[in-house]
Design a protein around this ligand. Structure first.
Ligand SMILES: [Zn+2]
Ligand SMILES: [Zn+2]
Length: 150
């Protein structure tokens, strides 16, 4: 099932929800601020066409890399490298290559930065585009799900 990670517009905390058509609001567990959401039957099937928070259709995808785990592993490998003559760093590099590079992808809304995981149509979502990002964030341009054309 698709999981949706909304950023609270009031305090910036993450709110984790699953698509549910009957839910029209989500409440922040930290500050109790409520935000409107609009889930569709498509969302319930894991299909991402429209953002349930801001109703925009422009998303990008990136690797869902867990930075905290990555940093912790690097520290461990660096400490071990004293005894392993750097071999642990080589091992970490291989782990990174084979494990983290194959991690699942996350789709992100350009406009409101809501994160979507386990998206059924992830292959339709394009990589991050700087120009689109600038035009959406700074000029409030709405691409309506279409790629940037020159
Ligand atoms: Zn909040
Ligand atoms: Zn959005």
């Amino acid at each position: 099932m698709m999981s949706v990670q909304i950023t609270c517009s009031h305090c910036g905390s993450s709110i984790e929800v699953h698509p549910d058509q009957s839910a029209q609001k989500v409440e922040c567990g930290i500050c109790q601020h409520t935000m409107d959401v609009k889930f569709t039957p498509e969302h319930e099937q894991g299909v991402l066409k429209e953002c349930p928070v801001c109703t925009r259709q422009d998303f990008y995808k990136q690797k869902d890399f867990n930075r905290k785990i990555g940093v912790a592993l690097f520290v461990v490998a660096a400490i071990l490298s004293i005894w392993t003559y750097g071999l642990s760093l080589v091992a970490l590099y291989l782990v990174d290559l084979f494990l983290f590079r194959r991690l699942s992808m996350v789709a992100i809304c350009y406009k409101c930065r809501t994160n979507f995981r386990t998206v059924a149509n992830m292959s339709e979502i394009r990589d991050f585009d700087h120009e689109m990002n600038d035009r959406i964030v700074y000029s409030d341009h709405d691409f309506k799900g279409k790629p940037l054309s020159h």
